[in-house]
Design a protein around this ligand. Structure first.
Ligand SMILES: [Zn+2]
Ligand SMILES: [Zn+2]
Length: 320
């Protein structure tokens, strides 16, 4: 509807070209090339602002083959390729959650080949003993406290990503989280009162600086955290990335209600997603201090040796 209005009124991008996108929170009308340029600029600004990469780094991008991780891989490659002092690889995880996931992985691999980035594929089956499909059947049968499949999937994925990134010698793990993901997570952590998890959010999570044992956590960076989901989607479409848009068959639960809530707010108050994140960033140093004191230190899991906050890590608790 907005686009027909734009065409009717003959509104043009400030450069004179045809408008493809209206950025409501800025009130700006953008053509294809100005839109793509604005995303690239925002990405570079975020990387610089939080000093996300430095000489000698080996960056591992967590690639799902979806719009966000494809965009972040493409943009990272664009700034890293001309440099000889930084390496870039991709880590792909097959959760074993069905055909849509398989298709998405295929597209992820294809993107890596196209832009010349080395990738490494790991499966839930090899690393955790079974894929999500089988696990889902188990969860449904068992009288488990946790019924949300996303919890099992997310815990497993984070575990493998960190372990494999470390084993591959990566100095940073680059995630494709966008502004919407972050605003939702802020809200969820608030609702759950999960300060420990909230402390691990933010543009850069580097436990090695805070705790000796934190060295087994590969620092994580999120260069898309200030770009709304709609815009990472449009960026990927305009760039012509082959993408699989099928939703995860297990998607559901409170996270998705939080997503709807944040979207409703944004519709009424354009720009509020940024406000949610900015407010959180102001609180983050205090949350981290508080969580350091309260939660004690990082411990290594007695079962698998990976770092976590309990004697038995979440992955071993849920998967083994
Ligand atoms: Zn333009
Ligand atoms: Zn463990």
């Amino acid at each position: 509807m907005i686009m027909t209005k734009i065409i009717k009124r003959g509104i043009r991008c400030s450069c004179g070209r045809k408008v493809v996108f209206f950025r409501k929170y800025e009130g700006s009308y953008l053509c294809r090339s100005c839109f793509l340029e604005s995303i690239e600029k925002k990405f570079k600004r975020t990387v610089r602002k939080y000093k996300m990469i430095k000489s000698g780094d080996k960056i591992a991008v967590a690639l799902s083959g979806g719009k966000d991780s494809s965009a972040v891989l493409y943009l990272m490659n664009k700034i890293i390729k001309p440099r000889k002092d930084i390496e870039l690889i991709a880590i792909i995880i097959d959760e074993g959650s069905g055909k849509a996931r398989k298709d998405s992985i295929k597209l992820g691999k294809r993107l890596c080949k196209k832009i010349g980035v080395e990738y490494h594929l790991f499966t839930f089956k090899d690393e955790l003993g079974m894929g999500m499909k089988k696990k889902a059947r188990e969860i449904e049968k068992e009288d488990s406290k946790i019924k949300e499949h996303c919890t099992f999937c997310g815990v497993g994925r984070r575990y493998i990503l960190n372990k494999k990134a470390r084993e591959l010698g990566a100095t940073k793990l680059c995630m494709g989280h966008n502004l919407d993901d972050e605003a939702q997570a802020v809200l969820l952590n608030y609702i759950r009162g999960d300060l420990y998890r909230a402390a691990r959010m933010g543009p850069v999570t580097d436990w090695s600086m805070r705790k000796e044992k934190g060295k087994r956590f590969v620092p994580r960076i999120k260069p898309l955290r200030e770009i709304p989901e709609r815009e990472t989607a449009i960026f990927s479409i305009l760039m012509g990335f082959d993408l699989c848009w099928d939703k995860c068959p297990y998607a559901g639960g409170i996270r998705f209600d939080a997503k709807d809530f944040v979207n409703d707010l944004e519709y009424k108050y354009p720009g509020i997603k940024f406000t949610i994140l900015e407010t959180f960033d102001k609180l983050l140093p205090h949350i981290r201090d508080f969580s350091d004191k309260r939660e004690g230190s990082i411990v290594f899991c007695g079962e698998c040796g990976e770092p976590g906050s309990n004697k038995v890590c979440k992955t071993c608790e849920l998967w083994r």
